[in-house]
Design a protein around this ligand. Sequence first.
Ligand code: MG
Length: 263
Amino acid sequence: MISLRNCLLTLLVTGSVLFAQKGELPDPKLTEFWTPQPPVVSSPEGGVPSDAIVLFDGTNLDEWRIARDDDEGNVKMLPANWVLEDGAMIVPPRAKGAKSSDITSVQSFGDIQLHLEWRAPAVTDPSKVSQQRGNSGIFFMNRYEVQVLDCYQNESYVNGMTASIYKQQVPLANVCRPPGEWQTYDIFFVAPKFDPDGTLREKAHITVVHNGVVVLLNAPIYGPTEYRGQPSYKYHTPRQPLRLQDHNNPVAYRNVWVRELDL
Ligand code: MG
């Protein structure tokens, strides 16, 4: 479809050529667009942007559930059982043999900006290394994982380290702070797009900023995160929930908000 903006641009370029032929400089106003003006967003220093959807402000787990399959294979939504402590929500201790308690957002999203802060627990057992330290993760659209892991003086396979797209994309830097310190992720996620018949039209893309340092820039995602084998896309609807992983390590999160992006 030819947009009004493209039509105007064509006219402007044609006009500029004509002016140039006459040896006159084009009027700079010809290349100014004034409408539509973007929405006004206020963003106080250290605060939350005015158009953000707050998913965790430190007081309650209302925006989160645990999705659990029952014996008939139906998904039941249970209350989130993560520990609320000092403005953080923390992966709870797990009884031996109990199922993990990933939490899933009540709301679903497509293209988003996500801000959150996370903290890996202190190292209490030095024999726990690689993927056994401060492991959690953020699953965009319930499928595509940005790894949360304590890689401070702790090496792991690089496509599974902190801020990787798990088993798919290696971060440009290791920006990990020591365990026990809060860290930030600012993540810009562009959802995959599917044709009406379900075939993939565009892969998902992601930009990850870890503690203020860009570590993935518009990196493609090759499909839902797989622990074994290669990823491959399967059709899903354009809005899906976020999920935070319970990997049986007491990782804490705070100050979680998203902004929906109208791209
Ligand atoms: Mg993980």
